[in-house]
Design a protein around this ligand. Structure first.
Ligand SMILES: [Zn+2]
Length: 266
């Protein structure tokens, strides 16, 4: 089979504890789990089409945009990476209406285990795909708040006690031990009680979830594949974790190449 089109980050869903991936390519979705164990090839055809305005851009900015869109879209602003710096209240949001829809919506502060325990935040509607995107093997929501800013404020307070980073090489090599997220959560709750009350955060009582990835063999050494340096990438797909295809020839971060025109053969 062969499919050609602009790719976007993989859609990830959780079914009975298993991560299920689909790759959007043009107007189609390719079920990727079924390709694990098979030889596949991905060829970059040389064009990158901005996923917002549709112009062809020489270089991809913010994972799939042209430079003007990257500069002007609120979703590409620094405050998306650092939600505690939300500046909507100052009237300087790049897209105030987009901000109202996306940042003034329920957000979750969570613990995840991708290469060790980390704290993170996401829109409630992005759960559980956010955890799969990060390659987390366990996850546990802690609080729900009503704005992105508040989630960032609580995250900043929790960062004093727990990392907010994933070591992606360890994540891809599956160098991760199972941890007791509930115990960590209980310790952390005590540290931020005052702030949580002040922000009206609701403590959540979910059970920790486990996520299994479609992987037959993890790499012992991580070599990054890059369409900008090597337009033809092929190999046996040994697995999928986070937004990465684990090929026997190296790992490919699909998200990084959003909006690239690709021919996938399998
Ligand atoms: Zn654009």
């Amino acid at each position: 089979m062969q499919k050609t089109g602009n790719i976007q980050k993989m859609h990830a869903t959780l079914e009975e504890g298993n991560a299920i991936y689909q790759l959007p390519i043009g107007n189609e979705m390719v079920a990727m789990n079924a390709l694990v164990g098979q030889e596949i090839s991905l060829i970059f055809n040389g064009t990158i089409t901005c996923s917002n305005c549709g112009v062809i851009t020489k270089k991809s900015y913010s994972q799939g945009y042209c430079y003007p869109c990257c500069r002007d879209l609120a979703r590409c602003d620094l405050c998306i990476m650092k939600p505690e710096t939300c500046h909507h209240h100052l009237g300087t949001c790049r897209e105030p209406l987009w901000g109202l829809d996306n940042c003034f919506a329920p957000h979750i502060i969570y613990l995840a285990n991708s290469s060790g325990i980390k704290v993170g935040i996401t829109r409630k509607s992005n759960i559980p795909s956010r955890w799969i995107d990060q390659g987390a093997v366990q996850a546990l929501p802690i609080f729900e708040v009503d704005t992105r800013l508040k989630s960032g404020q609580i995250e900043v307070a929790l960062k004093a006690f727990v990392s907010d980073k994933t070591n992606w090489r360890k994540m891809l090599k599956n160098e991760v031990d199972e941890v007791n997220l509930v115990a960590t959560k209980n310790q952390l709750l005590a540290k931020v009680t005052g702030l949580a009350t002040e922000l009206g955060a609701v403590a959540l009582d979910n059970e920790a979830i486990k996520i299994h990835y479609p992987v037959v063999e993890y790499p012992s050494k991580v070599t990054s594949l890059n369409f900008d340096k090597m337009p033809e990438i092929s190999g046996v797909l040994r697995g999928i974790k986070g937004q990465y295809l684990l090929l026997d020839t190296g790992v490919l971060n699909i998200r990084k190449f959003s909006s690239y025109n690709i021919t996938l053969t399998y």
